[in-house]
Design a protein around this ligand. Structure first.
Ligand SMILES: [Zn+2]
Length: 144
C-alpha cells in the first residue's frame, strides 16, 4: 500500500493503472495526523515538510504526471495487481463484463474486453485514455 497526498491526483490514476494499491489522503488532514495514521507506509507527497517528517516520506519534485511517474517508479515495490485491473477512481478490482446486452449506450460494443467497477458504476475499455497513458509511459522508457 502506498499513500499519496491530494495534490497527486493524476499520479494516483497512473499508479492504479499500473496495478498499485494506494490511499489518497485528503488535503484537510494535518501532516501530524497523516503521519500518525499512515506513517508505516510509503508516503508520496508534493509537500516538502511532510516528506521530511514522515518516516518513509518521498518528496515528488515535478508537477507533471509523466515526470512524477518517472521519479517514483524506480523506488516503488512491485505492483500489487496486474496492470489495468483496478478502477482508477477508487482502486476497486474491475470485473470483466460478460453479458454485453446490459451495457449502457455510451459504452462501445466493438471492444475486445470491457471492464466494470461496481463501486463507481463505471465502465472501462481500451481507448484513447489508455493510449495516451501508454504513450507518456513510452516517453520515459516504460513498456506497458
Ligand atoms: Zn471504482
Amino acid at each position: 500500500m502506498i499513500v499519496l497526498d491530494a495534490m497527486l491526483g493524476r499520479l494516483s490514476r497512473y499508479l492504479r493503472l499500473l496495478g498499485y494499491d494506494l490511499i489518497c489522503v485528503s488535503s484537510d488532514l494535518s501532516d501530524d495526523i497523516i503521519i500518525k495514521e499512515y506513517g508505516n507506509y510509503l508516503i508520496l507527497t508534493r509537500d516538502r515538510n511532510l516528506a521530511r517528517k514522515a518516516p518513509k516520506g518521498i518528496y515528488v519534485i515535478s508537477d507533471n504526471v509523466t515526470e512524477q511517474t518517472k521519479q517514483v517508479l524506480p523506488i516503488l515495490p512491485k505492483p500489487d495487481h496486474e496492470k489495468f485491473s483496478l478502477c482508477t477512481i477508487c482502486g476497486n478490482n474491475l470485473t470483466e463484463v460478460v453479458d454485453r446486452n446490459k451495457l449502457p449506450e455510451y459504452v462501445p460494443k466493438d471492444k475486445d474486453k470491457i471492464y466494470y467497477c461496481e463501486k463507481c458504476n463505471k465502465y472501462y475499455w481500451y481507448g484513447s485514455h489508455l493510449k495516451n497513458f501508454e504513450k507518456s509511459m513510452g516517453k520515459i522508457g516504460i513498456e506497458i
